[in-house]
Write a protein that binds this ligand. Structure first.
Ligand code: ZN
Ligand code: ZN
Ligand code: ZN
Length: 463
C-alpha cells in the first residue's frame, strides 16, 4: 500500500493522464483531485509541513506550519522553506463527466503532472553521533543501522509555484490562475440511503477559500543503514558543490551495487540516498550516505549489509576500479548506470567513488599527476580561446598550473587543478599566493573541468 502511494504520487497527481483498458478499447482519463472514498467527512487541509533547506537540502517535518523553524537544523542556514503537504488518501477523475471524462486513447504520449522526488531521510541521529567506526578495516567509516523516517513528495508541474491548489472541502485541484466555484469531482459516502453524501457534479459549498496550496507528500519508516566518512582536513567533498555530491553518490551507488552482489538480492530493491551532515569545528558540510530497502515490509537488508561490511566494501572498490566497457567514460550502463538512477547519471563517477573507497579501506588520500591535471584542463583551454590568450602550463611556487589564461589587459589567471576529494585552498591561501607570486588562482576540480568546462569558464575565480 505504501509502495503504491509512492508510485501514485507521480502517476495520479491532479492533472496527470492515466491510461486504462476497458475491453475492447483503451481510454485516457485525467486525474482532477484527491479523494477519500471511505470517509463521509473528509477534509483536504495540510497534514503537516515539509521544511526544506535551500542550502543543504536537509528536510524536517512539522505538524503545524506555525511551528516551522526559521533555521536549518543541520547547517544553520536561514534559507528554509515551509511547504504544507497533504497525504493523499487517493485520487479521482471527474466522475460527473460521461465515462469519467475518459476518451478513446489512440496512441501517443500522456501528460504528467510533476514527478516524485526520491525519498529523503529526515534530519536526525547520524552515523557519527550514534554509530561505530569500522575498526580495524575501515577506521574512518562510521556505520549505524536504525529505523529512519523518509519523505517523498510531488511538488507539482510548476517549480515556481510548488504544489497544487486543492479545495479543502471536495479535494478538487483548482486552476491556480483562475480558482473559483466548482463542483464535486466524486461522490462522498454514504453512497445511498437517507444521509447520502454530496454527489459528483454537485456544487461545492466552498466558494471562498482557494488558498490551500499543498504539495502531495508521504512519510514512511524503513530500516536504513547510514554510512559516514570522517574526512581529514586535507580532504573535502562539499555537499554544496556538484563534485562533492558526485563523490558521495558515487560511493553510495558502488556500495549498494556491491551489497546486491554479495547478498544476492535484486539491485532494484536497494535504494541509495545522500543527506547533509555538518562536520567538525569548521562546520564543513559533507554527505552521509543512507541505504534502505524498498521491498514491501522491508527485508532487513540494512543489518545484513552491516554484518558483511568489509567484504561489501572490498567488492565496491573492485566495481569502482574496473568496467567491462572499454569506452566507459567515467560511468556507464555496464558499471553504475541503471534506468532507476537516471536522475543521478550526471553525478555518477566510478573513479571518484573508488577514490573515496580507497581512502576508507586503504587510508590512501587522492592525488593528481601533472599529466592528469593537463588532460583535465584541455576542454577549458579550448573554450577559453575566444576571449583569452591561453599560455602553456608552468610551475609557480610549488604549484603546477596546467593552463594559464591572459586577458586583453594582460591579467593572468592560473588554473589550479585539484582532485574533487582534496581540500580546497581557502580564499586567504589564494590571496597569499597572489601576493607572493603575482598570479591569480582559479581552483577547480577535475570533475568540473571535465564535465562542465563552460561553467568553469564562467566562474573562474569565484570559488
Ligand atoms: Zn541546511
Ligand atoms: Zn470544493
Ligand atoms: Zn562503465
Amino acid at each position: 500500500m505504501e509502495r503504491d502511494l509512492k508510485i501514485a504520487l507521480a502517476e495520479y497527481a491532479p492533472g496527470a493522464e492515466v491510461i486504462r483498458g476497458k475491453f475492447p478499447n483503451t481510454y485516457i482519463y485525467q486525474s482532477v483531485g484527491v479523494y477519500d472514498r471511505y470517509n463521509a467527512n473528509p477534509h483536504y487541509h495540510p497534514s503537516g509541513a515539509l521544511i526544506e533547506c535551500a542550502d543543504c537540502q536537509s528536510i524536517m517535518l512539522v505538524d503545524n506550519i506555525e511551528d516551522a523553524p526559521d533555521q536549518c537544523a543541520e547547517c544553520g542556514s536561514f534559507l528554509v522553506m515551509a511547504l504544507p503537504y497533504v497525504r493523499p488518501p487517493g485520487f479521482t477523475v471527474d466522475c460527473a463527466l460521461p465515462n469519467g471524462g475518459g476518451e478513446l486513447y489512440e496512441r501517443g504520449g500522456r501528460e504528467r503532472s510533476g514527478y516524485t522526488i526520491p525519498p529523503r531521510l529526515l534530519v536526525g541521529e547520524t552515523s557519527f553521533t550514534t554509530g561505530k567506526p569500522q575498526v580495524p578495516f575501515a577506521p574512518s567509516l562510521y556505520v549505524r543501522v536504525r529505523r529512519g523516517k523518509l519523505f517523498t513528495c510531488n511538488k507539482g508541474p510548476n517549480p515556481d509555484f510548488p504544489g497544487f491548489i486543492i479545495c479543502p472541502v471536495c479535494g478538487r485541484a483548482l486552476d491556480p490562475d483562475n480558482p473559483g466555484s466548482h463542483r464535486y469531482p466524486a461522490s462522498v459516502p454514504p453512497f445511498s440511503g437517507r444521509n447520502i453524501g454530496p454527489r459528483a457534479g454537485d456544487w461545492c459549498s466552498n466558494t471562498t477559500d482557494f488558498r490551500n496550496q499543498v504539495i502531495l507528500g508521504h512519510q514512511f519508516v524503513s530500516e536504513v543503514i547510514l554510512l559516514g566518512v570522517d574526512l581529514p582536513a586535507t580532504m573535502d567533498a562539499p555537499l554544496q558543490q556538484p563534485s562533492g555530491r558526485a563523490a558521495w553518490y558515487s560511493f553510495g551507488v558502488l556500495v549498494a551495487n556491491a551489497a546486491a552482489i554479495i547478498l544476492q538480492i535484486d539491485p532494484g530493491e536497494l535504494k541509495v540516498g545522500v543527506r547533509a551532515v555538518r562536520r567538525g569545528l569548521d562546520h564543513r558540510l559533507h554527505g552521509e550516505v543512507f541505504l534502505y530497502d524498498d521491498g514491501p515490509g522491508g527485508a532487513g537488508y540494512a543489518r545484513a549489509i552491516e554484518q558483511n561490511m568489509q567484504v561489501i566494501l572490498e567488492k565496491a572498490l573492485e566495481l569502482g576500479e574496473q568496467c567491462a566497457n572499454p569506452d566507459c567514460g567515467g560511468a556507464c550502463y555496464h558499471c553504475m548506470f541503471d534506468y532507476r538512477n537516471q536522475a543521478l547519471h550526471p553525478l555518477l563517477d566510478r573513479a571518484l567513488g573508488a577514490a573515496l573507497l580507497r581512502f576508507v579501506l586503504r587510508c590512501q588520500e587522492p592525488s593528481l599527476s601533472s599529466a592528469h591535471m593537463s588532460r583535465s584542463a584541455i576542454p577549458l583551454a579550448e573554450y577559453a580561446r575566444t576571449s583569452w590568450q591561453t599560455l602553456p602550463g608552468r610551475v609557480v611556487g610549488d604549484q603546477y598550473f596546467p593552463c594559464i589564461l591572459r586577458d586583453q589587459q594582460g591579467l593572468e589567471v592560473g588554473i589550479w587543478v585539484i582532485h574533487p576529494l582534496q581540500a580546497r585552498p581557502t580564499g586567504d591561501e589564494r590571496q597569499a599566493f597572489l601576493m607572493k607570486h603575482g598570479l591569480r588562482c582559479a581552483v577547480h576540480t577535475t570533475f568540473d573541468l571535465e564535465r562542465r568546462p563552460f561553467w568553469v569558464l564562467n566562474h573562474l575565480v569565484t570559488l
